[in-house]
Design a protein around this ligand. Structure first.
Ligand code: ATP
Length: 514
């Protein structure tokens, strides 16, 4: 049996081999945690973005989009708190010379306590068989209670240290819990230091006194500083939202797991402005709406879960993550945060501009509260790729690698193939391509055996293959092959457009959301 680790490695190499994701600067041996999207990757990525954008801006008449610049006035990052507090605590192991995030080392250690509890439950289940009462066992088994108490004490100590940004205490936790470096296996740790994740550069020539600017670490601030522009010019009434898709940059300390944690990545963020006091109701609504968006893709409902934050940022009054089961465990794909009036109030303070909203129904002015939904395009891409990849054994001992991509996200929607390269079949196939290409990403392929051509399309997740044979010339029918079932259907050329459209349009996904 292949381990999850092996499967993940295969997915990464498949992504490269089939033009989805390449390491950046590949011929120079790559640049750590930076990736390029290839000819198929960019299409899949664009489709993900379109699905998100349309779900936000078409389905909600009170949500509009913007596209703000990556460079922004540096005071914005002072106001938002990023200059002072967008830090990760880092620690080095002196023997392996490896660098870690101290908080991640401790979180992983806490997860081990949870694993131990689950092992005890499994043992109990085996021992008591039918009479096993899991909730009672969890509540009374002395070994479980002991582990849970240690876990909870550690969790509290860790939360307090993080909230107080107490670096010495974080180090002491690592020492007391005897956490070792996964590479060297030793406890030879340095001090814990704060590391700001923002990339800094200079704008203007040094002779004029260049200004230090940052590459934005999130797209959200571009929305906040445009809130007033959009509200006024769009005559928006609260509640309303502003959506944006764009690049963000973070100098991540530990960047691994492929495109899960990158230094340059893309976010899809929506800030929803509401009346103070109504924010928790809206938070609940957005939590549900976003989960529905994920599940409509059909990657498997059991692969998602919410992770409510116990430790909230000082400005938030509710926060949850939507986590997805990656081959390396449940991981955050999207965050939904109730950010109160923190950001807008800070910008009011730092800019000196009045950005209050006059609510005609209440006849009063206030700074709106904000619900944010924030999802990483690249992480979303990874969830789609990981859950679509399958190595299938076929009848007769054959195997194939297939990407069961949701059809509306697939980079290529259909491939048209003449059975042989003669007898006018290529011309007929080209005719079909020339008709379909206006509406669907369509490939023409005449090289190699038909079986090989099918495999190539399976490997990039093309939902339909259309084969033109001699019968086509007589009766205008073709073989339509379905990627997942490999079922082949004889259909009329005139019906192709409708059959394909019904399956591959982003519309078909959007309709599941309302
Ligand atoms: P993490 O805890 O994994 O570092 P975060 O809580 O800092 O993530 P947010 O600041 O809430 O993440 O960002 C919103 C979304 O942006 C995340 O849910 C994720 O999908 C994406 N994201 C954040 N950092 C990265 C990164 N380095 N690479 C790729 N995507 C990222």
């Amino acid at each position: 049996m292949a381990t999850q680790d092996d499967v993940f490695k295969k997915i990464v190499s498949h992504a490269k081999e089939y033009g989805f994701v390449f390491p950046s600067s590949d011929i120079y041996d790559g640049l750590s945690a930076v990736y390029d999207y290839g000819q198929n990757g960019v299409e899949l990525k664009n489709n993900i973005k379109r699905y998100w954008w349309d779900a936000m801006t078409l389905l909600n008449e009170n949500i509009v989009g913007i596209d703000s610049a990556i460079f922004m006035h540096p005071t914005i990052w002072k106001a938002s708190g990023h200059v002072d507090a967008f830090n990760d605590p880092l620690i080095d192991n002196r023997d392996s010379k490896k660098r870690y995030r101290a908080d991640v080392l401790i979180e992983d250690h806490i997860a081990k306590y949870d694993d131990k509890i689950e092992k005890e439950v499994t043992k109990g289940r085996k021992r008591f068989k039918e009479s096993f009462d899991e909730s009672q066992f969890r509540a009374t088994n002395p070994r479980i209670l002991e582990i849970a108490a240690r876990r909870d004490a550690l969790h509290t100590r860790f939360s307090e240290a993080m909230n107080a940004a107490n670096l010495d205490e974080l180090r002491q936790i690592i020492i007391d819990e005897e956490i070792v470096c996964p590479v060297s296996g030793t406890k030879n740790w340095t001090e814990v230091r704060q590391f700001n994740l923002m990339f800094k550069t200079e704008m203007g020539s040094t002779a004029d006194g260049a200004m230090a600017v940052y590459l934005r670490p999130e797209t959200a601030q571009g929305i906040f500083v445009n809130y007033l522009n959009v509200q006024k010019t769009g005559r928006m009434r609260i509640p309303f939202g502003i959506a944006q898709i764009g690049k963000a940059f973070r100098n991540e300390i530990v960047a691994r797991q492929f495109i899960f944690r990158m230094r340059e990545f893309e976010q899809m963020e929506m800030q929803f402005f509401v009346r103070p006091g109504s924010e928790l109701e809206w938070f609940g609504k957005w939590k549900e709406t976003r989960m529905r968006w994920h599940k409509a893709l059909g990657l498997g409902d059991e692969k998602y879960r919410y992770h409510d934050h116990e430790k909230l940022a000082h400005y938030a009054n509710a926060a949850t993550d939507i986590e997805f089961r990656m081959p390396f465990g449940f991981k955050e794909v999207e965050g939904i945060h109730s950010r109160t009036d923190f950001d807008l109030s800070q910008h009011e303070k730092f800019s000196g501009k009045n950005i209050k909203y006059f609510d005609p129904e209440l006849n009063e002015s206030y700074v709106p509260y904000v619900i944010e939904t924030s999802i990483g395009v690249d992480r979303m891409f990874l969830t789609v790729l990981c859950s679509s990849y399958e190595e299938q054994s076929l009848e007769g001992g054959d195997t194939r690698v297939v990407l069961h991509l949701p059809a509306p996200l697939a980079p290529v929607k259909c491939a048209v193939m003449p059975l042989v390269r003669k007898d006018g079949l290529p011309d007929k196939a080209r005719e079909i391509v020339n008709d379909l290409k206006f509406d669907f990403a369509t490939h023409y392929d005449e090289k190699d055996s038909i079986g090989k051509r099918y495999r190539r399309q399976d490997a990039i997740g093309t939902p339909f293959c259309i084969t033109v044979d001699h019968q086509t010339l007589e009766d205008n029918t073709v073989t339509l092959r379905h990627r997942d079932s490999m079922e082949q259907q004889r259909v009329n050329i005139a019906d192709l457009h409708r059959l394909i459209h019904d399956n591959v349009s982003i519309n078909s996904l959007l309709r599941k959301l309302v």
